[in-house]
Design a protein around this ligand. Structure first.
Ligand SMILES: [Zn+2]
Length: 394
């Protein structure tokens, strides 16, 4: 049992969302019309948004996304950050200005952040770079490594910030780049995150380029270890899930985004042999309770059975595993839920109540690094942050 009852309260350890693209919060409710039918057409809209970002607007959008997460009980975020350069691709004079803006947004919202600095090299195997991708790409992978060193040094003394390495995907980074990123991360004990097998097309392209499925290839090249986080891991075979498990790697399922994008269903029961974590990803929804139960409830629909994973396993994925996946120690962070909230009245098993009944509005108190950032369900910065978000949206 992980959660504890304390009178009218339920106390839960800090909750981490291990995969987030905070600026994508701006897309919520705006990509749902017919004619935008595939993942790839959604991505076109996301690229338009990424094109328009400035250091100021990425800060405003991200800060609001993080305040919303904090109110929902999230205490730590793994931010998979891939917009680095100016439109057109020229680096800013201050190369890490956008990473710094996103880190500041999390700290100003009061939550911990692991900035997973993305490496992006190409549109795909044999595909020319698209205009919308220029802001993501470094002329040389060494430049990305230099930025990561600069960021790690800059935040070394702040216990609320960690830096990690994130080759975007096997589509966007050739395998040799992934292998060097993995060595770089291992030498510095940094987490290594990568989108893996989110879309069937990506698996097909990997088979065409390497004659291996993605996780089988990563295993063969020595990339899998206890700091590796396979984000999505949707189209993964049982054998691949076993490779992740044997390496003590993580699978980070982002169910509310995956269902929004029509990505397909992961084989959750097989993946649970690896260490599970969850991510908010595109912020289609910002509710860590819904995120966890969506994964399990969709597994029920997939295999036509109930109760595939216990609430305690899911709650561990939300809390301890989430922190471990982003390389962050949990130093007393906690979330307190209100048992008098209608969603929780009458629930009598702690972990089951948190995972299968709670929602973001049950959150009463959130404590991060010794500071109470949410009190009686309110975040002190909410109004100001919302106004700045709305201005950025305009
Ligand atoms: Zn993602």
């Amino acid at each position: 049992v992980i959660a504890t009852f304390d009178g009218d309260r339920i106390v839960v350890p800090g909750i981490a969302t291990a995969h987030s693209h905070a600026f994508q919060r701006a897309l919520r409710g705006r990509t749902q019309r017919a004619g935008r039918a595939s993942f790839w057409s959604w991505r076109g809209l996301m690229y338009q948004l990424a094109q328009a970002l400035t250091p100021e607007s990425i800060y405003a959008l991200s800060r609001f996304a993080f305040v919303e997460l904090a109110r929902a009980g999230v205490t730590a975020v793994g931010e998979f950050h891939y917009v680095h350069h100016q439109p057109g691709g020229a680096p800013y004079d201050d190369r890490t200005i956008l990473s710094d803006a996103v880190i500041r947004a999390a700290l100003d919202a009061g939550i911990r952040i692991t900035l997973l600095r993305v490496i992006y090299a190409r549109a795909g195997f044999g595909r020319a770079l698209e205009e919308g991708q220029r802001r993501f790409v470094d002329a040389d992978i060494e430049h990305a490594f230099d930025d990561i060193e600069v960021l790690a040094k800059r935040y070394a003394d702040d216990p609320r910030v960690r830096i990690g390495v994130a080759p975007h995907s096997l589509r966007a980074v050739p395998i040799e780049g992934v292998v060097s990123a993995s060595k770089f991360a291992r030498d510095r004990a940094m987490p290594l995150h990568m989108h893996v097998s989110e879309q069937r097309r990506e698996v097909r392209e990997c088979l065409a380029e390497h004659a291996r499925r993605p996780i089988a290839l990563l295993h063969e090249r020595g990339v899998l270890d206890e700091r590796f986080v396979a984000v999505h891991a949707t189209h993964v075979t049982r054998e691949e899930a076993e490779l992740l498990a044997a390496a003590r790697s993580f699978a980070c399922v982002c169910r509310t985004t995956e269902r929004d994008l029509g990505d397909g269903l992961a084989q959750l029961t097989d993946l649970a042999a690896a260490r599970l974590a969850f991510g908010t990803d595109s912020h289609a929804s910002s509710d860590p309770f819904e995120e966890a139960r969506a994964a399990e409830l969709d597994e029920r629909s997939r295999i036509e059975k109930r109760c595939t994973l216990d609430a305690t396993v899911l709650l561990e994925a939300m809390t301890a595993n989430g922190y471990a996946a982003i390389g962050m120690p949990n130093d007393g962070d906690r979330v307190v839920l209100d048992r008098t909230d209608p969603a929780l009245v009458g629930c009598s098993i702690e972990d089951d109540a948190v995972v299968f009944a709670a929602n973001a509005s049950c959150v009463d108190e959130v404590i991060v690094n010794g500071t109470r950032i949410v009190e009686r369900g309110e975040h002190a910065g909410y109004d100001e942050t919302r106004r700045a978000f709305e201005a950025a949206m305009r």
